[in-house]
Design a protein around this ligand. Structure first.
Ligand SMILES: [Fe+2]
Length: 290
């Protein structure tokens, strides 16, 4: 059973709640949001220029994707997402210094479309319950932290979940062929990953073509969850996030699907595995103690 944690005082208690598979919820977003004019611009000004399901800002390259448009409009969207990303980052680094130490800030995205009934392909659909795997390429066990804001002024953003990674893995891991076992990469793969990591500074996308036994197994579990109707048909927990509320969760450790809502900000961070103090998906897949 999943829990939404309302924790007044933050800091390492948030980190512990995240690691224990909780959704840390803020009934009002704890950081300043983009000014009203910029919010209107995101919600209404981009509609005619969208060419992807997300409008995303990439911090290392200061690059914006998802829009087919004039430079002026792209520049404004980039500036809004960059400023939002930096506010989220400094808030979380201030609140959870140990947990965020050495982390890698990823994209800051605006989700412009209605999530209900989007009819994407199964593996890309947000409406099917899954744990995150593969969207950023190989993590080698590092964790995926996402910070969400419902930027819709009048409608909830609705999620469903079927529980934590640990619960689902214990129940379905064998059937999904992701039971525990060695996660040590073969030597050629290790060398390949090392080369790619060295290249990541110059080529931020190098991570995307990397892989590891851990990442392949996580991806297999992700795909398995989206394939059999029997899994998707089972009971869910439902969470409704009100306008201008915010929440954060380790999305590789908590199953989730967004079934309703439009207009959200989503910031992604890769948290080093070494910062984790409690049981992780890596530890479970590998088997035994860390
Ligand atoms: Fe997801």
């Amino acid at each position: 059973m999943l829990h939404v944690a309302e924790i007044a005082e933050g800091g390492e208690r948030w980190a512990e709640a995240l690691e224990r598979g909780k959704i840390v919820h803020f009934s009002l977003c704890p950081i300043a949001l983009p000014p009203p004019g910029d919010q209107d611009f995101l919600r209404e000004g981009l509609a005619a220029s969208l060419k992807a399901k997300n409008v995303s800002w990439y911090p290392r390259a200061d690059k914006l994707t998802g829009l087919r448009s004039s430079a002026g409009l792209v520049d404004r969207a980039r500036r809004i997402l960059r400023e939002h990303s930096l506010r989220v980052r400094s808030f979380l680094e201030g609140a959870m210094p140990a947990f965020t130490r050495g982390w890698e800030p990823g994209t800051s995205s605006f989700r412009p479309f209605e999530e209900k009934g989007r009819g994407l392909s199964a593996h890309a659909s947000n409406e099917l319950v899954h744990v995150d795997a593969g969207a950023y390429g190989a993590t080698h066990g590092d964790r995926i932290l996402r910070f969400f804001v419902n930027l819709n002024p009048s409608r909830d953003r609705v999620w469903i979940s079927k529980g934590s990674f640990a619960e689902l893995w214990k129940r379905h891991g064998a059937e999904a062929r992701v039971a525990e076992g060695g996660l040590a990469p073969a030597l050629p793969e290790k060398i390949w990953s090392g080369l790619l990591r060295a290249a990541t500074g110059a080529f931020p996308m190098a991570r995307v073509i990397d892989t590891s036994p851990y990442d392949r197994r996580m991806r297999r579990f992700h795909n398995w969850m989206k394939d059999p109707p029997s899994f998707q048909d089972g009971p869910n927990q439902r969470f409704a996030f009100a306008p201008f509320s915010a929440w954060m969760v380790l999305t590789d450790g908590v199953s989730h699907a967004c079934i309703e809502g439009q207009h959200a900000l989503v910031d992604t961070f890769i948290v080093p595995l070494r910062n984790c103090r409690f049981e992780t998906p890596y530890q479970l897949l590998r088997g035994g103690a860390r």
